[in-house]
Design a protein around this ligand. Structure first.
Ligand SMILES: NC(=O)c1ccc[n+]([C@@H]2O[C@H](COP(=O)([O-])OP(=O)(O)OC[C@H]3O[C@@H](n4cnc5c(N)ncnc54)[C@H](O)[C@@H]3O)[C@@H](O)[C@H]2O)c1
Length: 314
């Protein structure tokens, strides 16, 4: 029996890119998502290419349903991405906790019931506190986690959950902490505005990005491939890794967009995000032979070219 990769949240941005890369490398994928809207996947794959993927609609909060997915599809690898992002957790904290925390527990429980002994899943740099709590420079992988959003608190909780399943049940796990993900399909969540600005610029529309400051921009396709590697390369333990990249300002991001689209009308609000400028990814590099890191100018140019190919569809 070939390996089967369960992707949760595959209708989302990183998930859609994950399904795309699994398909491209000939791997069998099962997508489990509350949504049946294939919009983001349609931007990446033809209807024919999508036939290689099993699409299941369901809710992570339903522990029996999650267990049934593992059992019925003979899951061997898990890439757990489904979650509610910062604005949704803020708007409905109970739902946020149920999806992001209980949903993750349900994934570990299903893995335990089915004898799957490794999980890759998404955390976030939202687990850390504001820049004032850290010395200057890149934040260490093992820096104290002192989140200031419920979203960050839920993600920090799931990192602890992963550790307990390793100690109690020997299920290893690797969670990755993205920062500002950009690329085709990034259209919701607090830091989606740089990508929304690219989409507006491609359509000849003005756009104002509501925040400024220095951060690490990570291309969705790179993040997806790092998650696939995290699922395949099983480390002995429960690990959390910052994703890295050279820190850049939002204005630099806009500058790279204007190199490709000189007429683009993109403004940046003078409102730095309450997060440190960058996170150290040396632990990730030490543990994985490969780190996917498309240079920012190339990633932005590729995203604009992709959006132009999609035309009115985006
Ligand atoms: N995008 C970023 O910049 C970023 C940064 C840090 C961490 N992350 C994390 O990476 C992961 C993927 O991010 P994304 O940008 O692709 O998210 P997204 O919001 O685009 O997609 C999330 C997906 O989860 C699904 N989902 C939500 N609730 C569900 C439920 N109860 N059951 C099943 N599916 C459900 C949604 O339908 C959606 O398709 C998330 O865990 C997110 O917190 C993302």
């Amino acid at each position: 029996m070939a390996d089967t990769y369960l992707v949760t949240g595959g209708m989302g941005c990183i998930g859609a890119w994950t399904l795309y890369h699994l398909h491209k490398s000939g791997k069998r994928a099962v997508n489990f998502d509350a949504s049946a809207d294939r919009q983001r996947i349609d931007w990446l794959m033809s209807a024919e290419e999508q036939e290689s993927i099993s699409f299941l609609q369901g809710d992570l909060r339903d522990s029996e349903m999650v267990k049934a997915v593992f059992a019925e599809h003979d899951v061997s690898h898990v890439i757990h991405l489904a979650a509610l992002q910062v604005p949704f957790c803020r708007a409905n904290p109970s739902l946020g906790a149920a999806v992001n925390v209980t949903g993750t527990v349900n994934i570990f429980e299903a893995a335990k019931a089915q004898g799957v002994n490794h999980i890759a899943y998404a955390s976030s740099i939202g687990v850390y506190g504001p820049p004032s709590e850290f010395p200057p420079g890149l934040i260490a992988n093992d820096a104290p986690q002192n989140p200031r959003t419920l979203y960050g608190a839920y993600k920090a909780c799931t990192e602890q959950v992963g550790k307990v399943y390793y100690y109690d049940d020997g299920i290893s796990s690797t969670c990755l902490r993205p920062y500002t993900v950009y690329g085709v399909g990034r259209d919701q969540g607090m830091t989606s505005e740089p990508t929304k600005a690219l989409a507006a610029a491609v359509k000849g529309q003005p756009f104002k990005i509501g925040f400024s400051g220095t951060m690490q921009f990570q291309l969705a396709a790179d993040v997806a491939r790092q998650f696939i590697l995290a699922a395949e390369q099983q480390l002995d333990g429960a690990y959390g890794f910052n994703l890295g990249g050279k820190p850049a300002t939002v204005s630099e991001f806009v500058g790279f967009a204007k190199d490709v689209l000189p007429e683009a009308e993109i403004d940046v609000a003078d409102a730095p995000l309450p997060f440190p400028a960058g996170f150290d990814d040396s632990a990730l590099r030490e543990s994985f032979g490969r780190v996917y890191e498309t240079p920012l100018d190339e990633g932005i140019a590729a995203t604009i070219a992709h959006m132009q190919r999609l035309g009115d569809a985006i």
